[in-house]
Design a protein around this ligand. Structure first.
Ligand code: ATP
Length: 275
């Protein structure tokens, strides 16, 4: 098999896949035929997904489902082997500056410039986005306050806890007031009070017309917070739609287990019970 150096624009899918429908130009994010292989491992296998503008969209799936890989390709952090991503009708890989200006991204596990203080990091993020200094200063103060980091504004990020680091990274994703936020595990390691604050901030953002895409393992949170959800496993999207459409009469967690399958039985750990 030959793999093109660049994904073919227009929604081409990977080997053997059926053709995808055209991108939805109204969608906040529209991906077609996304496909990525690492060595022998096919991490994402022909994903089509439309995230409606103004939705609070949850992406769920077991460990290794391909969520981070898919979101990375959809936001310009990782080049797909095949497929394409459009942000409000703008082809991300053909017009990356234009598309990325509309996105705020909280990547999973990407290192920050942690020898900067929280205030410096937010300032840096704002300057990178080409914002004027007065606006950066004002928004930096607002974000530090919103995330309860004002007292630690002048502490190096390397000395932040995991939850504080998550919050400052989230602030960096928001400082340019993007129209769509793509957040990979935003609540991981965040304490319950901070998580509630973040939820309120995100809900307000959606109420004001923004779109949020979050990946999470916490079904209950997704069911309460999101209006749309996609379930991924094995590099595929198994179900996608409104939360009510996907879960039907069940809880989202039960539906998830039904779709993904594979509750593991623990008989194999008999040595542990006998210890
Ligand atoms: N850079 C890489 N090199 C090799 N394999 C990778 C790489 N990134 C991801 N994978 C593999 O691709 C698959 C999908 O990984 P991915 O991180 O996208 O899953 P995920 O759904 O985000 O998982 P989790 O919920 O555990 O974060 C996994 O099998 C993973 O081992």
């Amino acid at each position: 098999m030959t793999t093109p150096a660049h994904p073919t624009p227009g929604g081409d899918a990977g080997p053997g896949a059926r053709p995808s429908p055209p991108h939805d130009p109204q969608a906040a994010l529209s991906v077609r035929g996304l496909w990525k292989r690492f060595g022998q491992k096919i991490a994402v296998s022909g994903v089509d997904l439309d995230v409606p503008t103004g939705s609070f969209y949850g992406l769920v799936g077991p460990n290794g489902a391909g969520k981070t890989t898919m979101l990375s390709m959809a936001t310009g952090l990782l080049r797909p082997d095949f497929g394409s991503a459009h942000v409000r009708g703008v082809d991300l890989w053909a017009r990356p500056d234009e598309a990325k200006a509309m996105l705020g991204i909280l990547p999973d596990g990407v290192r920050l410039f942690d020898r900067l203080t929280g205030r410096q990091l937010l300032t840096y993020a704002g300057m990178l986005r080409g914002m004027d200094k007065a606006t950066v200063v004002e928004r930096t103060a607002d974000l530090l306050q919103a995330f309860d980091l004002t007292a630690d504004a002048d502490t190096f990020v390397v000395d932040y806890s995991a939850g504080m680091t998550k919050k400052i990274a989230l602030g960096c994703a928001m400082i340019h007031a993007p129209r769509t936020l793509v957040l990979d595990e935003p609540f991981e390691a965040v304490d319950p009070v901070s998580a509630a604050n973040i939820r309120d901030i995100l809900k307000g953002y959606v109420a004001g017309g923004g779109t949020v895409i979050v990946s999470s393992h916490v079904m209950d949170l997704v069911q309460r917070m999101c209006d749309h959800v996609a379930v991924m496993a094995g590099g595929h999207v198994l179900a996608a739609g409104t939360v009510d459409e996907v879960r039907g009469e069940q809880s989202l967690e039960d539906r998830f287990v039904d779709l993904v399958g594979g509750r593991q039985h623990s008989e194999g750990l008999s040595w542990l019970r006998g210890s």
